[in-house]
Ligand binder design. Structure first.
Ligand SMILES: Cc1cc2nc3c(=O)[nH]c(=O)nc-3n(C[C@H](O)[C@H](O)[C@H](O)COP(=O)(O)OP(=O)(O)OC[C@H]3O[C@@H](n4cnc5c(N)ncnc54)[C@H](O)[C@@H]3O)c2cc1C
Length: 373
């Protein structure tokens, strides 16, 4: 028995375990494999980015920008966040007006954002192709080491007294009279839920809640390429692109992470993903067309092993399980869940402790889809 039971040991489960245990709560976290196994793991780093985000997530990003630079101090580990700034590169005249509208919106939500002309962007990143005619610049954006952060949350939660059980699959929920009484694991252990259950299993959420609610979410993998180290760091900023499926990050060891959201193929039996040759070539070709020096880069890793859940309207679903008073779930991050995890995990804990949904979470309610069972 634990007061608070958490299913999932990614950044969300580990973060909630940490903030809860800081409040002196009795916490048990169940992770099917190991801490930092799903979307919160894998090569490279994750972007903490306001640029291009759905407007309903912008208030969360403003808070995230405040928390990320000092989060490592709370977790008592070396710095894992780098404030690089983000450039959303513009290559087509027709994208300038859209970026101007984005800048207006992001500034209104309290996140400093500028539209740069060609001269300014080439001065900031001299190696960019001359095809780049401008950029949307968000100076507060950056990148963090996702594996280090997830492990740091879990380790700090352990130090504060949380029990973390790896290799423990939550198989089903025992629900009686509108509350979850217990979680039953695949090895038959029955773990009683004293107060609240958090279902933070990302791609595993649907299987646990589908008896109660049908959610318009599904799971997919994203391809990540990592080059061998370049001779020097070719660029400083985190970069995205207004019209290509492309994201570029310069890693601390001069490797380049090339991604952006091209899908891999998932094998449900082996629970492994495969990057597609055509997508690898397409991603690399886009990277070279934006940053010509990458023609010399050699791809060392092509990874598609980390399953992420997506929601039909491109923002997460964060709510109580229908008809179950003491169970909260969150899923459907759509490849954007990392940056907002620090404030969101705090809000999930606030919701559990006060029994009141924080106002900033209202847009992520399942009610937005109308009648769900
Ligand atoms: C390649 C890639 C790049 C990304 N880039 C960015 C980015 O740049 N910026 C950004 O903001 N976001 C990004 N994201 C998204 C972000 O990483 C995710 O949204 C976030 O990590 C989700 O965290 P999570 O804890 O919900 O899920 P996960 O990290 O997937 O953790 C869920 C855990 O639950 C466990 N689990 C599942 N079912 C069960 C069960 N029945 N019992 C027990 N445990 C279970 C799994 O083993 C897993 O460890 C990216 C995602 C991917 C895959």
């Amino acid at each position: 028995m634990a007061e608070y039971v958490i299913i999932g040991g990614g950044v969300y489960g580990s973060g909630v375990a940490y903030w809860l245990s800081q409040n002196g709560a009795d916490v048990r976290l169940l992770e099917a494999k190991r801490i930092g196994n799903g979307a919160s793991a894998g090569p490279g780093r994750r972007g903490t980015r306001a640029n291009g985000r759905d407007l309903r997530e912008l208030p969360l990003v403003r808070l995230a920008h405040e928390i990320w630079p000092t989060l490592h101090e709370h977790l008592e580990v070396p710095q894992f966040f780098e404030r690089t700034g983000h450039l959303l590169l513009i290559e087509r005249e027709q994208d300038i007006a859209l970026c101007e509208a984005r800048a207006l919106l992001q500034n209104q939500y309290g996140t400093e954002t500028h539209v740069l002309g060609a001269g300014q962007v080439h001065e900031m990143e001299p190696g960019l192709s001359q095809n780049i005619i401008g950029a949307l610049h968000c100076p507060l954006d950056g990148a963090s080491d996702h594996t280090a952060v997830t492990e740091a949350f879990a380790n700090a939660a352990r130090r504060a007294g949380a029990e973390i059980s790896e290799n423990t699959v939550a198989q089903r929920l025992e629900i009686n009279g509108g509350r979850v009484d217990a979680v039953v694991t695949s090895n038959g252990e029955r773990i009683e839920v004293g107060k609240r259950l958090f279902i933070l299993a990302n791609a595993g959420v649907n299987a646990l809640v589908c008896d109660r609610v049908s959610l318009p979410i599904w799971s997919r993998t994203f391809q990540v390429l990592l080059t061998k180290p370049m001779q020097s760091k070719p660029f400083k900023h985190l970069m995205g692109h207004a019209s290509r499926t492309l994201a570029l990050k310069s890693e601390p060891d001069n490797r380049i992470m090339i991604s952006g959201g091209l899908p891999g193929v998932w094998n449900a039996e082996t629970e492994r993903g495969t990057a597609l040759e055509a997508s690898i070539s397409a991603n690399l070709a886009d990277a070279i067309s934006v940053y010509p020096d990458l023609a010399a880069a050699e791809i060392e890793v092509a990874d598609a092993d980390h399953l992420e859940s997506s929601a039909i309207d491109n923002i997460p679903i964060i709510d109580r399980v229908s008809g179950v008073d003491n169970a909260l779930y969150a899923a459907g991050w759509c490849g954007h869940g990392w940056a907002i995890a620090p404030p969101l995990t705090q809000m999930l804990v606030e919701w559990a402790l006060t029994d009141t949904r924080p106002a900033l979470l209202a847009p992520f309610s399942q009610d937005r889809f109308g009648a769900v069972n």
